[in-house]
Design a protein around this ligand. Structure first.
Ligand code: PHE
Length: 345
């Protein structure tokens, strides 16, 4: 009798291990049979009294194992069935179906403005020259004729690398002028877009990082008239055919003579509004004839060649184009702001 009941339990154990019910109904059947309230394992527990004392413990353990095996098997069956169901669900997804209500991304206004500026100059034969943001003092300042005591060189205005008086984050893209002229002889006709850094307090009008586009044209007989015509062309392409420009005398260490360029306000058609502060004019960039000392610093014969250069802030142009009144919006990546530019290229 005792061995018989042991055999019965062992056989049931085998049945459980080999069971392979398929489908929800068969799995449920398995559960009812082995784990339900009237399961077939339960009555075996009362058989314990027929087992001789010295084997009672062994028998008890065997029954516990049996119960455990049924439970484990059931969990495995359940999981396998669920994952099969989700595979079937996934297989039903039509990857070629059109997206419903999907949110399309948009280019950042700095990128669209950058592209627009680059495109205008590429059309008149300017090549794009990009270079490093971590610069040395020579390319950023010395080559650009900026004297040792110039305020821009101060720690207050420039981010120097830690423990360095030599390496810095470029404060303007004019450093690319030096890079290009050192490595190329005229004719040189490049624009250099890129990020620049200044140690400024962040406000609605200023940021410690922004973008510039530098322009440089060096050849024989390049004149101020060429500069003016180039900028006039740019202004009309950028702000519309009715746009006028005005040059005001200014000063930069690397250009002589130097000028600040204003465009007639395209928002109010120069009648006066808060963008042009009721003057009818908006400043867009600095420019000038390349100082002969800069040409010589970079290995270009200043007797033979002349050139002009200009530099503009991309954020500034973007803010004017889109009437954005706070530069910080351009760096915060708030989708409520950026979403307004979807559809722009
Ligand atoms: N580098 C100047 C600036 O950052 C701009 C500039 C470039 C002026 C080239 C003249 C010529 O303000």
């Amino acid at each position: 009798m005792a061995t018989e009941i042991f055999d019965k339990v062992n056989q049931m154990m085998q049945e459980i291990e080999q069971a392979n019910p398929e489908g929800a109904a068969a799995i449920e059947q398995f559960r009812i049979q082995y784990l339900g309230t009237k399961n077939i394992i339960k009555p075996l527990f009362s058989e314990i009294r027929n087992v001789p004392n010295e084997r009672k413990k062994e028998f008890g353990q065997l029954l516990n194992n049996l119960k455990q095996a049924a439970e484990t098997k059931f969990q495995q069956l359940k999981q396998a069935a669920e994952s099969q169901a989700s595979d079937e669900e996934a297989a039903k997804i039509d990857l070629s179906a059109p997206v419903i209500g999907g949110h399309l991304g948009a280019r950042h206004p700095i990128a669209t403005t950058h592209n627009r500026i680059v495109d205008i100059f590429q059309r008149i034969g300017y090549a794009v020259a990009e270079d490093r943001e971590i610069e040395d003092d020579w390319h950023n300042f010395t080559a650009m004729n900026t004297p040792a005591d110039h305020p821009a060189r101060d720690m207050q205005d420039t981010f120097y690398l830690l423990n360095s008086t030599e390496m810095l984050l470029r404060t303007h893209t004019s450093s690319v002028q030096a890079r290009v002229m050192k490595n190329n002889q005229p004719p040189i006709r490049i624009i250099a877009p890129g990020r620049v850094y200044r140690n400024e307090t962040i406000s609605a009008r200023a940021h410690c990082q922004f973008h510039q586009v530098e322009g440089l044209y060096v050849d024989e007989n390049v004149s101020f008239a060429d500069l003016k015509q180039t900028l006039y062309f740019f202004a009309q392409e950028m702000y519309g055919p009715q746009t006028k420009i005005r040059l005001r005398p200014s000063y930069f260490p690397f250009t002589e003579p130097s000028a600040e360029v204003d465009v007639s306000c395209f928002i109010c058609d120069a009648k006066g509004c808060n963008v042009c502060k009721y003057t009818g004019w908006v400043e867009i960039m600095g420019c000038g004839m390349v100082d002969p000392a800069v040409l010589e610093n970079c290995g270009i014969d200043s007797e033979k060649y002349t050139g002009f250069a200009f530099g503009m802030g991309i954020e500034r142009q973007a803010m004017m184009l889109h009437q954005i009144n706070d530069i910080r919006l351009l760096f915060e990546n708030d989708v409520r702001f950026l979403g307004q530019f979807s559809g722009a290229l």
